[in-house]
Structures are given as structure tokens and as C-alpha cells.
Write a protein that binds this ligand. Sequence first.
Ligand SMILES: *Cc1c(COP(=O)(O)O)cnc(C)c1O
Length: 421
Amino acid sequence: MDHFDYVDGTMRVEQVPMAEIADAVGTPVYVYSTATLERHVGVFREGLAALDNPLIAFAVKANPNAAVLATLAKLGLGADVVSGGELLRAVAAGIPADRIVFSGVGKTADEMRLALEHGIFQFNLESEPEAEMLSKVALSMGMRAPVAYRINPDVDAGTHAKISTGKSENKFGIPYDRAIESYAAAGDLPGLDVQGVAVHIGSQLTDLAPLEAAFTKVGALITALREAGHDIRTADLGGGLGVPYDPSQPLPPSPADYGAMVCRVTQGWPVRLMFEPGRVIVGNAGALLSRVVRVKQGAKAPFVIVDAAMNDLLRPSLYDAWHDIRAVAPSGKQAAANVVGPVCETGDTFAMGRDMDVVEAGDLVAFMTAGAYGATMAGTYNSRPLTPEVLVSGDRWAVVRARPPIEALIEGDSIPDWLAD
Ligand SMILES: *Cc1c(COP(=O)(O)O)cnc(C)c1O
């Protein structure tokens, strides 16, 4: 559920007409709804209501905008970060360090030091050499680092290959079958306090079965590790719950279904549970607003050329993602169209042969469900400035990231003295 609705034939986000934002800020622009963020946090939390004090750490990579993070911080969420930059952004937005988890296969010594200085809740380690490095860094600071190992349960998440992370051939986590040995080695490292087990098998999961299979393996491992003498107190079940992109597809499991499964599988586990939801919190809370530049004839269907491109919303070209594309002021007519951006790549295609609202040059369109992995993946390819972002709350709205002037791109480079004369 979101708060993008049609009122008097034109799309509003909460009480603000999308056209008002487009006219004031220009297009393309990402638009986020506070009410939708609040609703999704509420629904996710309700799904886990039977658990004792779970830590819900928002996966910052899904949407690191400061205003979004500040909204989630106010709602009491923690953060799952995958870089020093994300850590600093989360802290700057008001997320307390004792609700921050640090994931990722390539943490550097500098990033480890930074996270230790801030006193984060947990490092999710992904290899034995990483454990050795973190132990050294922590000791050099006179500290012990709180850690979990992210295990790779070798479970097929059943999602797109590029967002599957829990198969044995993926780069993530330590092999499940070697976990006991890896934990034994970590337990001997003086700079580590081994406190948990973590898992995250992929994103946009539309079936609970692979999650349940992975969590079941985590449960068995917790028992084995405690028997081996490790004081396991946390279990981080990751993120990955899918959201509805295509209204013609079956709905993914709801946070309530997910929560019920989690409660059933984890019953009796002697640990504090942690979660790292990203997409399910912010996905439906955002739309990318764009204007039609022109419509040109195509062999089968017309090409609707919009002013948003793959540099603004990478998901369709990166992993064939499907976004609903709606006219902001629908004419009532529908027809098949190809929706493309202006970037000089065939991959800069949002939809082919899509049955959608008929639009013409100058019309506004909204790419729905663009709040997750949207603006955060934007780049400047084709020398297009980074996409601005707007946050709406009720009848108020604010630019929460301004569109940089093209001069900023030009001035960002420098010409070496041997070329300048
Ligand atoms: C990306 C990621 C998440 C969030 O995944 P969603 O599908 O957005 O919920 C959680 N944990 C880790 C370790 C991740 O890499």
C-alpha cells in the first residue's frame, strides 16, 4: 500500500499534486511519501510483534537519503550499513550506533576502525581473513569487536540471479559446512567477541520457503555453536522480503506472513533477533517522476522517450526489473508503448510493448515503486546531473537533495598543467 492516489484525475502523493513538484523542481525527480514509510515500518513491526525486542536495522543501501534515514530514525529503526560512508550517513541522520550493523564482504581496516570508534552493535563477518583483520584492528584500539558470522546456507532464493546471495557459489558469507571450524577460529581471536549468527539470502523474495530453509539452518547452527561453548546471543535474519511491482503478478508474502513464519521457526531460540529490511520499507514509498520528451514511431509500438534514463533508475537495465509506469493525468486511453530514456544505450529501456496510459510530449509519467534501489544507484552517465529527491509529508514537501548544476560535474574534473596553457 502506498499514498500515491488519483484525485480529480491527477496523481497526488499524500496531499501534494505530483505536477506541482514537477513544475517547481523539474524532472526527473524522485518523490517519497512519509506516510508510506511510516506505514511500512508499522506493518513490518506488527508482523514481528510477538518477538521480544527485535532489532530492525534498515538496509541503508536501499535508500540512503538523509531525510529518509531521519524519518526511519524517528520511528526507532537501526541501520544495516555496508560501507564507512553508509555508517557516517546513518549516524548523521540520527541513528544510534548501538542499532547499527556492518555487513559486506570487503570491509577495510579503516572502515573497521571507524565503526569501532562509533561503537556499533555488530559486525557481520564474511570470511576468516576478515575476522583476523578485525581482531587486529580492535586490539590495536584496546577493544573487542562484537561479531557474527554471516553464513552462506546454500539455499536458492528463487529471485533474479543478480540479487541472489545465499547460494554456495555466491561471494557472500562463510560456507555453512565449515561454520563450526570458522567459529572456533574466531573464538580464539582475542579482539573478537563472538555474539551471533547472520544470514541474508537475497532480495525481492516472493516465496517464504527459501527464507524458512535458511532460518532453519541458522537455528541448528545456533544450537551446535552453543554446545561448542560459544555464547551466541543474536541471530540476524537479514532482509529480502519482496514488494509488489507488477499488479498483474501474485502478491508477495506480507510482513505478517513473514513474521508468522519467523516466530514459528525461531521459537525457543535463546537469542535477540535482528532484521535488515530494505526494499519492503522504502520500495513503495517512492516514485520517479519524469516528463515525456517526445513520442516517436516504432516498428511495432511507439517509443515514448522520457527525460528519466538508466542513470536515474538503473534497475530495469541492471536486472530486468519491472516498474509500473503511469500517467500523472491519465487520458483514459491505453495502448502498447516502449518507454525509453535519452541515454545512448539500448539498455536504457524501461519497458517494451507495455500496455499503459497513452501519453504525449509534455505529459508527466510516474515510475512506481522506485523508493528502493532507485536514487541510490543513480549516476551521471551521459553527463546527466544526479537525480534530485523530494520528501512529502501530508500537505508539505521539501527538496531533500537538490539537482546539482551541470557546472558541478564540469568543475569536478581538473585538467593537468601539461594540458592547460
Ligand atoms: C541488501 C541487503 C539487505 C536488504 O535487502 P532487501 O531486499 O532490500 O530487504 C539486507 N542485508 C544485507 C546484508 C544486504 O546486503
